[in-house]
Ligand binder design. Structure first.
Ligand SMILES: *Cc1c(COP(=O)(O)O)cnc(C)c1O
Length: 221
């Protein structure tokens, strides 16, 4: 199927409350423009250098999400335009995002990344670490970032029950944090979970935002 048909397929099957982030990492601008022509507006990249190179070449109404691990010294390169940063996992990173958002007179949405997989290598917070951030006195003063929800990646496995359990954990973390820290804040509303191989399970477990690369743009080299 073509990129256009793939976008249509997702639009037709996704529940209304689930947003599609088209993960265009490593793919050329021509691929992004094909998805754009099919109506897709939210795109995700995971390398600062790539995102900073692509953004000026592409339509200005694209909503850019940064989905990779973000180093503090690189926030300044994407702060002028990035809409949402998915993998926020420290107060120091949050402060830097806020600082660069102030410089650019913008608000930047952030998702707290939780570690839900069994793998050691993946980044992310546990509940205690997330609460430390939310209770941090500095955090409460930051005006130019919004915590709009949580993000997580399940273990890379064929075991669907394990994947389901991990997504369910993320949903439970979301529900707890929502009631303890964001009960008056409707903007804390997103659960970013689900990729090409596991998005159906993620949606069944409450995902509001799936991040799809391979299944739209084809395998990466
Ligand atoms: C690459 C990537 C995706 C998309 O993965 P696919 O399996 O190609 O759909 C989603 N989320 C993150 C964080 C990624 O790095």
């Amino acid at each position: 199927m073509s990129i256009k048909e793939n976008i249509k397929k997702y639009n037709n099957q996704l529940p209304e409350k689930v947003q599609l982030v088209a993960v265009s990492k490593t793919k050329p601008n021509s691929f992004i423009l094909e998805a754009y022509a099919a109506g897709q507006r939210i795109f995700g990249e995971n390398k600062v250098q790539d995102l900073a190179a692509k953004q000026p070449e592409l339509p200005s109404d694209i909503i850019w999400h940064f989905i990779g691990h973000l180093q503090r010294n690189k926030v300044k390169f994407i702060a002028p335009f990035v809409n949402t940063i998915h993998a926020v996992d420290s107060i120091r990173l949050i402060k830097e995002i806020n600082k660069q958002a102030v410089i650019n007179n913008r608000i930047i949405n952030c998702l707290l990344q939780f570690h839900i997989a069994e793998e050691e290598t993946k980044f992310g917070l546990n509940m205690q670490e997330a609460e430390e951030i939310l209770n941090n006195e500095n955090f409460k003063t930051l005006q130019n970032i919004k915590i709009t929800g949580l993000m997580g990646m399940a273990t890379f496995t064929q075991n669907n029950e394990q994947i389901r359990k991990e997504f369910r954990n993320l949903k439970n973390y979301f529900t707890q944090l929502k009631s303890n820290y964001f009960s008056n804040n409707p903007e804390f509303s997103e659960i970013s979970m689900g990729m090409s191989g596991d998005y159906k399970i993620a949606i069944e477990e409450g995902s509001t935002m799936i991040r799809i690369g391979t299944d739209i743009f084809g395998a990466r080299g």
